[in-house]
Design a protein around this ligand. Structure first.
Ligand SMILES: *[C@@H]1O[C@H](CO)[C@@H](O)[C@H](O)[C@H]1NC(C)=O
Ligand SMILES: *[C@@H]1O[C@H](CO)[C@@H](O)[C@H](O)[C@H]1NC(C)=O
Ligand SMILES: *[C@@H]1O[C@H](CO)[C@@H](O)[C@H](O)[C@H]1NC(C)=O
Ligand SMILES: *[C@@H]1O[C@H](CO)[C@@H](O)[C@H](O)[C@H]1NC(C)=O
Ligand SMILES: *[C@@H]1O[C@H](CO)[C@@H](O)[C@H](O)[C@H]1NC(C)=O
Ligand SMILES: *[C@@H]1O[C@H](CO)[C@@H](O)[C@H](O)[C@H]1NC(C)=O
Ligand SMILES: *[C@@H]1O[C@H](CO)[C@@H](O)[C@H](O)[C@H]1NC(C)=O
Ligand SMILES: *[C@@H]1O[C@H](CO)[C@@H](O)[C@H](O)[C@H]1NC(C)=O
Ligand SMILES: *[C@@H]1O[C@H](CO)[C@@H](O)[C@H](O)[C@H]1NC(C)=O
Ligand SMILES: *[C@@H]1O[C@H](CO)[C@@H](O)[C@H](O)[C@H]1NC(C)=O
Ligand SMILES: *[C@@H]1O[C@H](CO)[C@@H](O)[C@H](O)[C@H]1NC(C)=O
Ligand SMILES: *[C@@H]1O[C@H](CO)[C@@H](O)[C@H](O)[C@H]1NC(C)=O
Length: 534
């Protein structure tokens, strides 16, 4: 047994000759974190096959940590419960670590073949990374004006720092954004509104650990900018009484105070909306809004919108002649006026078509009135005046009736009848109002006042001259027309007349026609003459 052991040892020693003195531990130093565990790995070589008889770990040369022997494990003071040892590999786990665990560690391994191996290493216990905090020199920054200095601080050993903007690494350009050499201080000069809303994180790290700060963002006040104003409705001319809404907006943080300005005078209205209800002409003019930011101390005025309030034309009326109008004598004066609004253009129409002026029909220079002097029958009709301005058109119309006549008075009927034959004489006249008629026979009133004079059966004494007198009670004019009737002997054949007789009759009729008397007289001499109503 002893001999065998000795021989094995010799064989082993010669076999591992190449590795004599090799450390049982990998090169160090090791680093661990306070509160965490550390594992001391060992280097196992083939000659180590088989359990170790003893494994002993020491701290700083003399202090025993743990010793394994066939009789069991013994722990150094303060190590029970903090270490675990793998007796087949010699691997030691130690933890939780404290700062006091920093130092040198040595292990001695003895195999069943009585081969002894040793190794030393050192452990550095690092403080954990914690309390990573970003502090800012400002609570609030003004865009372009402020320089923001962010400082990152943390607890921990051998710390290094880096920064994140959102999820991406923060890029320092050395001008606008700069980082101190050790990366703890981030400086943003003339900060922009979006620079610090990433949010920004600071990461503190060492070889073993890293930790992030809470997200940091900083309100950067800015603006006002991009001011815009709208007017609804957009028309440049607005009807009096309508409602106009003006809105104003600007980009600003904090929100801008919006002040309304009318013709350069600030209104007592603050806010994004200016409602002008029931506008009047005095509200015409230039409107703008002024945006101001109390934090940035900047302000901006919108472009100006201009509109004019115009009163709609209403209550248009034509004032016409009061009395009756007589053709050829009366003067008619038509005047067109509105009770509200001012007309820019005035147009006169007669029966729907533009009124054409003439030497009788005169339109005043301002087109407010039309004078017809004297009126004639063709002036009757419907007169319309149209008043227009930028917001509406209003019109009025008036019917004008011109009295005239009688004109073209005529009598139609038989000129020659036989005794017992009927006679119907018809008198006609063009007149407004309709003419009245009286008939005379041989200059004497007959009492007939209809348009027709009827003889049911002619007798000799009906021979003579019949005169129709047509009268117009309004114009006061009368016209008389004579008609000669010849009553022949009963039964006298038509061809019984001698040539001389026929010639006599024809000449008589011609003479009668020549004798037609046109009597014009003024019927109602006591009546006041009809004059122009003006
Ligand atoms: C550290 O080791 C102890 C025992 O040695 C164990 O209970 C604990 O879970 C380990 N901790 C970690 C973080 O591995
Ligand atoms: C010791 O380590 C070896 C190799 O890693 C493993 O197989 C074995 O289970 C470990 N023993 C104990 C008691 O942890
Ligand atoms: C980093 O550098 C700044 C100066 O650039 C210095 O004030 C600060 O103390 C340094 N911080 C650390 C942790 O080294
Ligand atoms: C962070 O990122 C945003 C968006 O990409 C960028 O606008 C901003 O300038 C960045 N901030 C810094 C400090 O670089
Ligand atoms: C960062 O922004 C969020 C919302 O985006 C807000 O709730 C938070 O208060 C801000 N923090 C700071 C420090 O401004
Ligand atoms: C203007 O607004 C008022 C209410 O403020 C409303 O009664 C009126 O009808 C509106 N006028 C017009 C022309 O829309
Ligand atoms: C409105 O502005 C124009 C120039 O934009 C100016 O000519 C006009 O006089 C202004 N009107 C009033 C009422 O201020
Ligand atoms: C920002 O700077 C400008 C000049 O650069 C200055 O007029 C303005 O008052 C500054 N704003 C603030 C809030 O200090
Ligand atoms: C028309 O008559 C009214 C009363 O009937 C009178 O007041 C008015 O002055 C008259 N107009 C004209 C033009 O004669
Ligand atoms: C017609 O009437 C208008 C208004 O009543 C008056 O101004 C004008 O002088 C009148 N014209 C004539 C010719 O009578
Ligand atoms: C009427 O006058 C005609 C001649 O003009 C005459 O022949 C006739 O006898 C007269 N008749 C009467 C009834 O006087
Ligand atoms: C016509 O007018 C004149 C003068 O105005 C007047 O004397 C005459 O009686 C009038 N005639 C009629 C028929 O009204």
């Amino acid at each position: 047994m002893d001999l065998f052991n000795l021989r094995s040892l010799v064989i082993l020693l010669s076999a591992v000759g190449c590795c004599k003195g090799q450390s049982a531990l990998p090169p160090g130093p090791l680093e661990g974190v306070q509160g965490k565990n550390i594992t001391f790995e060992t280097i196992i070589i083939p000659t180590d096959v088989g359990d170790f008889i003893t494994v002993s770990w020491n701290f700083n040369g003399l202090v025993p940590v743990v010793t394994y022997a066939p009789k069991g494990e013994t722990f150094g003071v303060g190590y029970a419960g903090r270490v675990s040892l793998n007796s087949s590999t010699g691997v030691l786990k130690l933890g939780p670590l404290t700062a006091k665990d920093s130092g040198d560690y040595a292990v001695t391994l003895v195999t069943s073949a009585a081969v002894q191996r040793t190794g030393t290493t050192s452990l550095r216990v690092l403080e954990p990374v914690s309390v990573v905090t970003i502090t800012s020199n400002l609570n609030e920054a003004v865009e372009f004006n402020s320089t923001v200095v962010l400082t990152c601080s943390a607890k921990g050993s051998f710390l290094m720092y880096k920064w994140l903007n959102g999820t991406a690494p923060l890029v320092a350009d050395g001008k606008h954004v700069t980082l101190s050499a050790n990366s703890t201080v981030l400086t943003v000069a003339g900060v922009f509104r979006k620079d610090l809303v990433g949010p920004i994180y600071c990461t503190a790290f060492n070889k073993l650990e890293s930790d992030n700060s809470a997200p940091f963002n900083l309100t950067v006040t800015y603006g006002p900018e991009n001011i815009a104003m709208t007017v609804t409705p957009t028309a440049e001319v607005q009807k009096q009484g309508s409602n106009i809404t003006l809105t104003c907006s600007a980009q600003s943080s904090p929100a801008a105070v919006l002040q309304w300005i009318h013709n350069g005078v600030p209104l007592n209205v603050i806010g994004p909306k200016l409602v002008l209800a029931n506008v009047v002409e005095a509200q015409s003019g230039n409107y703008s809004c002024m945006a101001s930011n109390a934090k940035t101390l900047r302000y901006l005025e919108s472009t100006t919108s201009k509109f004019t309030v115009v009163e709609a034309i209403s209550g248009t009326k034509i004032t016409g002649p009061n009395g009756t109008l007589v053709a050829g004598n009366s003067t008619a004066n038509l005047s067109c006026q509105a009770t509200a609004g001012t007309a820019d253009t005035r147009v006169w129409l007669k029966n729907g078509v533009a009124l054409s002026p003439s030497n009788r029909v005169m339109v005043s220079a301002d087109k407010s009135s039309v004078t017809i002097k004297p009126v004639q029958k063709e002036d009757s009709g419907e007169y319309q005046c149209k008043l227009t301005n930028a917001v509406n058109t209003d019109s009025a119309s008036l019917k004008i009736v011109v009295n005239f006549g009688p004109e073209t008075v005529s009598v139609k009927g038989e000129s020659v009848v036989k005794v017992k034959e009927p006679v119907t004489l018809k008198c006609a006249a063009v007149s407004l109002p309709a003419a009245t008629y009286i008939w005379k026979f041989n200059g004497t009133l007959t009492g007939v006042t209809t348009a027709e004079y009827i003889i049911e059966a002619a007798v000799y004494k009906d021979n003579g001259i019949y005169t129709c007198e047509a009268s117009n009670t309004v114009t006061g004019l009368s016209t008389a027309v004579a008609h000669k009737l010849f009553v022949k002997e009963e039964g006298t054949p038509d061809d019984g007349l001698t040539g001389g007789q026929i010639a006599g009759i024809v000449i008589g009729v011609l003479i009668a026609l020549v004798l037609i008397i046109v009597v014009v007289r003024y019927m109602r001499k006591k009546k006041t003459p009809i004059e122009s109503p003006y």
